[in-house]
Design a protein around this ligand. Structure first.
Ligand SMILES: [Cu+2]
Length: 163
């Protein structure tokens, strides 16, 4: 049978262990915020768009656009039940900033080999800078049930090998 003193020793041990775990968790969360593997608290940019007013924004003519400095921006509009455009061609290995907005209900899109996964909230521009290194054709589909035509809401990403 354990005496009072032994039980106290066990309790202190477990208390110390949980203090260490909480500290590690805290350090992990803060450092991932600072290195932005989680959405950074200091750099988070909320950008919203009135879905009724796409005119005058780059989403009025969605597609891939090259800036004068050579960087690429891809604008995609998601609405039931299609992505516009629904085919996107990007050069392999080059940085592309995705800007995707849903204009009616929640949609979702996974791209490439699965490391890009965006939740598309109506009127909230999902922005992600990424690069697709492996040439190929990747088909994906809206992954948030959005209505009767949900299963027809497909998207094709074509990553083109450099010539
Ligand atoms: Cu959808």
């Amino acid at each position: 049978m354990l005496d009072h003193h032994t039980i106290e020793k066990y309790e202190l041990g477990w208390l110390a262990l949980s203090a260490v775990l909480v500290t590690l968790l805290f350090v992990g969360v803060i450092s991932s915020m600072l290195t932005q593997t989680l959405p950074g608290i200091f750099t988070r940019q909320a950008s919203y768009l009135d879905p009724a007013k796409l005119a005058g924004t780059p989403f009025a003519a969605p597609g891939l656009k090259a800036a004068p400095d050579g960087s690429l921006d891809a604008y995609v509009v998601a609405r039931a039940f299609q992505f516009q455009p629904n085919v996107l061609r990007v050069p392999a290995g080059q940085a592309v900033t995705l800007h995707i907005v849903a204009v009616d209900v929640i949609h979702g899109l996974m791209l490439g080999q699965g490391n890009v996964n965006l939740e598309l909230m109506p009127g909230h521009i999902a922005t992600l800078k990424t690069r697709f290194n492996h040439p190929g054709t990747y088909t994906s589909q809206c992954h948030e049930y959005c209505g009767a035509g949900h299963q027809t809401m497909t998207f094709k990403l074509i990553v083109e090998a450099p010539e």
